[in-house]
Design a protein around this ligand. Structure first.
Ligand code: HEC
Length: 140
């Protein structure tokens, strides 16, 4: 009797494990997506297109490809610069979002690197941490 019980709970665990894996495979960047919706979409829009002339796009952004090591710092400390993104100029400042942890920032970066047909590669959390330790705007 006891053995039966163990067998069944084993099955249930295996089943739960599979359901979990499945959910992960469908969208490995779900956590980043939720954070993006909460912290970024109000400006950059859910579809990553921004607002031409005011908010630069993240979808297809050449800036994002060419400044991979800066993105973590932009999210934490903000940026107030004149940026040219896909040929358009943007000069409104973006405020930093200091309450996001290193791992949350890594998840957001990996979400935007893969959303909306972006194919900008995986940014390992350890590299995000190193970038954050070396932000030039830090302490300003
Ligand atoms: C209040 C509006 C606002 C919010 C919220 C916001 N941004 Fe921005 N973002 C901007 C603006 C405006 C710029 C342009 C800054 C400049 O010109 O100096 C910008 C620039 C950027 C850039 C560099 C340019 C580009 O388009 O590639 C990235 C990357 C970026 N934001 C990512 C994010 C992410 C990720 C979040 C959420 C964690 C976020 N932003 C939240 C307004 C915002």
């Amino acid at each position: 009797m006891k053995r039966m019980k163990t067998f069944f709970s084993g099955c249930i665990l295996a089943f739960l494990g599979m359901a979990f894996l499945n959910a992960c495979q469908q969208n490995p960047y779900k956590h980043g997506e939720i954070l993006y919706e909460g912290f970024c979409a109000s400006c950059h829009m859910s579809d990553g297109t921004g607002l031409i002339g005011n908010i630069p796009p993240l979808k297809g952004s050449d800036f994002l490809i060419n400044h991979k090591d800066q993105v973590a710092c932009i999210i934490r400390y903000g940026i107030a610069d004149t940026l040219v993104v896909n040929g358009s100029t943007y000069s409104q400042p973006m405020a930093g979002i200091p309450q996001l942890s290193d791992i949350e920032i890594a998840n957001i970066i990996n979400y935007i690197n893969h959303a909306w047909e972006n194919d900008y590669g995986f940014y390992p959390p350890a590299e995000v941490k190193t970038s954050l330790e070396n932000c030039q705007t830090k302490g300003k």
